[in-house]
Design a protein around this ligand. Structure first.
Ligand SMILES: [Zn+2]
Length: 400
């Protein structure tokens, strides 16, 4: 069995499925080779290895001179042995995009520490309300987190208001309430307002920053994610797709955010939804919504002061709120499942065929417990370590 790959990309192939229960010694008889479409078979110098799960892996890189060519990669038996028949399933590496929403907030620091220690990059979709609250509460800590994101990860725009958690009215009525006369700040202006705020903070950590966009240091493409809806508009071939999140579709919400997505795309943003979500409870959204509904006297004219997120949602009272409901093992299975189905081209759009998985998470779910126990962020480390073992590569969404 062979598999077509694009040469200028980096892949790991796995021979993961055998027709018989081979012993370890037998599995070691598997070798790897490759050839160009019309060319001779060539052998890799270093062969694969067998890991603890009995998976034969091969890290493959090609000479740059082959860039753009199609090559076939084949695993086969070193010495032909009729008593052993192997069926080898060759799969491309999973490229995982770790994405974190609603920062800068409690938990951002914990997540950044894990990513740094594991040497992987993520994309942080920042919101104005959360960042402003964080900055106002602890300026030093907030700017340190932003600096780490700015220098080592990618930054995305996730709106200023997060729709105040009233998503339907945000998309249907054209933005978020900005005063008591029912005037609204449009979705587009809400993203611009966020951009201006984050840009202001970036300038505090890099005085030479002169870009009008909100970008990390080495980032060139602005990224955005809509609050509360799984909307995609990456390019003309990847827009308005149905969500593939466990068979649930978000057409209803997508329809509502379509015009806004067009507007942001015109401003240069690539808009990303997600494939898999590391589920958590959303208690704090409810707390926020209730505060708004209870309080007739909200002064929307000063939205930083008036925004319910200015209430400390991370106080002792709320410390157990917004916590993970999926185990890291569940998330791992879902990521592999999604990658597998995308490789079989089961989705109705072309873009999902390259085994790319966008994983949505929220930093606050990983924040320390009240006893400062770091167990929550260790779950993120466990997932990353396990996916690494399976050959996953981690990229920022700029490189989708
Ligand atoms: Zn969000």
């Amino acid at each position: 069995m062979s598999k077509i790959v694009i040469v200028d990309k980096e892949y790991i192939f796995q021979a993961s499925s055998f027709s018989t229960d081979l012993t370890d010694a037998e599995k070691k008889k598997v070798e790897w080779a490759w050839k160009k479409e019309e060319g001779q078979i060539q052998y890799f110098e270093k062969q694969g290895f067998i890991d603890d799960n009995g998976i034969v892996s091969k890290n493959i890189s090609f000479d740059k001179s082959l860039a753009g060519e199609t090559v076939y990669v084949m695993p086969f038996l070193k010495e032909p042995d009729p008593s052993i028949s192997i069926i080898v399933e060759v799969e491309k590496v999973n490229i995982i995009f770790l994405t974190f929403d609603d920062g800068i907030q409690e938990g951002t620091e914990e997540v950044l520490k894990i990513l740094k220690e594991e040497g992987v990059k993520g994309t942080f979709f920042l919101t104005g309300v959360h960042s402003y609250f964080s900055y106002d509460t602890d300026k030093k800590k907030t700017l340190a987190a932003l600096k780490e994101i700015y220098e080592n990860h990618a930054i995305g725009n996730h709106s200023y208001s997060h729709a105040n958690y009233f998503y339907t009215s945000y998309y249907r009525k054209g933005g978020v309430l900005k005063d008591n006369q029912n005037n609204r700040r449009s979705v587009k202006d809400d993203f611009i307002k966020n951009k201006d705020l984050i840009k202001k903070y970036i300038k505090e950590i890099d005085k030479s920053y002169s870009n009008d966009l909100m970008l990390a240091k080495n980032q060139t493409i602005p990224l955005a994610r809509f609050p509360g809806t799984n909307t995609w508009f990456v390019d003309e071939n990847l827009k308005d797709i149905k969500s593939t999140s466990r068979g649930r579709t978000f057409e209803f919400a997508q329809k509502d955010s379509k015009e806004e997505a067009e507007e942001l795309f015109k401003l240069g943003y690539k808009i990303f939804g997600w494939d898999i979500e590391w589920h958590m409870t959303f208690d704090l959204a409810g707390v926020t919504r209730n505060k708004i509904l209870e309080n007739d006297k909200v002064d929307y004219s000063d939205d930083e002061q008036a925004h319910p997120d200015h209430i400390d949602l991370y106080s002792e009272e709320h410390i157990e709120k917004d916590r993970l409901t999926d185990s890291w093992k569940t998330v791992k299975e879902e990521v592999l499942d999604f990658a597998h189905h995308s490789s079989l081209q089961l989705f109705d759009d072309n873009s999902k065929r390259e085994k790319k998985v966008v994983l949505l998470m929220h930093e606050r779910a990983f924040r320390n417990r009240s006893d400062n126990n770091a167990v929550e962020s260790e779950k993120l480390r466990s997932l990353i370590k396990e996916l690494k073992k399976l050959g996953a590569k981690f990229r920022t969404l700029e490189n989708y």
